[in-house]
Design a protein around this ligand. Structure first.
Ligand code: ZN
Length: 205
């Protein structure tokens, strides 16, 4: 692309770094911003800068939060004996949208994927084990994607935690989870949590 302005070119280059945004879309977005009020565009860039600088990760569950401990973990109404293990914050949002889960979460921050060089030490595994050592937890639900990475991660975590006196279950694995989860309808997702099966049983099917 030949740009008439270096400023325009730089802005387009930044937008084009976003996932799923090519040069053409980037140009369209930038030109759109140029047509907006200066104040509006300032708001836009301020929101992004603030997000990146001020966001925190919950000390307990590692979900994205505005405080050191997120609203779910600090709520007295949530059942702390039940932990749902998920890949990232999008999964928390999807499950929260079902309004059918009253436990707390543990956000791993990814899945084990040797192909991509992601090992257990890259994920929030140790803190999950620490939470179980605290005795308050009675059940762990794995809500991870039905992919090889999801299976590998559950297999690894199960080995790591099965000596604790907690029941370990998985949600119905037909569900597209992790990223695609946001497209799963709430009723299906809610049902799959309600009808979760013990992990050992899920292996023999
Ligand atoms: Zn939390």
């Amino acid at each position: 692309m030949n740009f008439s302005s270096k400023l325009l070119e730089d802005a387009v280059a930044e937008f084009a770094k976003l996932p799923g945004v090519g040069q053409k879309t980037a140009l369209r977005l930038v030109l759109h911003l140029l047509n907006r009020d200066k104040e509006e565009v300032n708001q836009f860039s301020k929101a992004i800068t603030k997000l990146r600088n001020e966001i925190q990760y919950c000390k307990v569950c590692h979900n994205i939060a505005d405080q050191p401990v997120c609203e779910i973990c600090s709520s007295p109404r949530r059942d702390k004996s039940l932990i749902c293990v998920v890949e990232d914050t999008r999964d928390v949002m999807a499950i929260e949208n079902t309004n059918q889960y009253n436990g707390v979460y543990h956000v791993l921050g990814g899945l084990i994927s040797p192909m991509d060089g992601v090992g257990p030490s890259d994920l929030e595994v140790d803190t999950l084990v620490e939470r179980l050592a605290g005795n308050e937890v009675k059940e762990i639900i794995f809500a991870l994607s039905a992919t090889m990475e999801g299976d590998t991660t559950i297999f690894y975590l199960n080995k790591k935690i099965k000596h604790f006196a907690v029941s370990i279950s998985t949600i119905a694995r037909g569900i597209a989870f992790g990223g695609e989860l946001e497209y799963v309808d709430e009723i299906t997702l809610g049902r799959s949590i309600a009808t979760r099966v013990p992990y050992e049983n899920s292996l023999t099917r």
